[in-house]
Design a protein. Sequence first.
Length: 369
Amino acid sequence: MKILAAAVVLVSALTSLAPAVAREVRIVPRLDFRPAAPPLPIRVGGRAIQRGTATAPDYQRQWPGSYFETAFKGTAIYLKIGAGDVILHVLVDDHPPMPLVKPREGAYLLDGLPSGPHRVRVEVVTEGQAGPSGFGGFYPVPGTKAMPVRARARQIEFIGDSHTVGYGNTSPGRQCTTDQVWATTDTSQGIAGLIARRYGADYQVNAISGRGVVRNYGGFAADTLPMAYPFVLFDKAQLYSDAGWRPQLIVIALGTNDFSTPLKPGEKWATRDALHADFEASYVRFVQDLRRRNPRAQFVLWATDLAGGEIDAEVRKVVDKLRAAGERRIGYVAVRGLGMTGCDWHPSTADDRTIADAIIKVIDGGRAD
């Protein structure tokens, strides 16, 4: 994929910011930039480790859907992008995104904005299982005035696998190379992005493609989602802890990778029934552990009708066991009839909308299964 080496210029996406005078809003590499002032205030969405210093931060993140926000009065700021291959979307005042695909490490000037208050958001939209990527914050140009960056009242957490990540959801077809999967994965257009925007919520996407509750896709050896979940990065070097993260809603979709492939010789389950029993008990424990940490949250579990209905049947059993154990704030959504025209038979953005609409119906008080 092409590394960004020249200016990214998008005019039409932001002309409504100043209808009287159209301005050229652009992002221009300034890789030799050296900050002359401290960074602007920042809000981090998703899990990240802050390394570096207060005046030269380096936010390391790896879970999908991470984002960084600042607010200011002025016409321009610098973005400092760290190491790691990413696709970023830069949004100004919630207008359509300006993409940066595999940007080089260094500073980028966002300028051409009309004078006044602005909120800027940098979203990571593709997956990065291979390693973390960095973001170095926002820096003012002369005359810029920092503004408070306020948290949103609502918080939603999404936990899952490739369906939650948005794996290959913008692809025009099902046949994709590894590079094409990476290039066409857009978490912001997936289920999490759609639902979070519907409620104006801050959100986390704690999902990894190919991972299950007790078994990964095809039985491959790697941490399952519950094993990776407690940590900030996939290296498991640091546990995640944030007293400010108290989601009112937790949406979970797991089971596809546990059941979408047959058991192989040498796996720990001798029969499918043994796999079912392990899955059900482990998923129940995982949700109960989430409940202990989030006593006021509403849970919504969902599943597709793939694998001959096995995923749906098993997740229903999990919900029934949780309810039998006393869990009352939990809903279940069975999703059927998806086109699965994304990469490798994954949900497309149209499917993501169907799934999100079904979940939103339950969130808004509709009947859950």
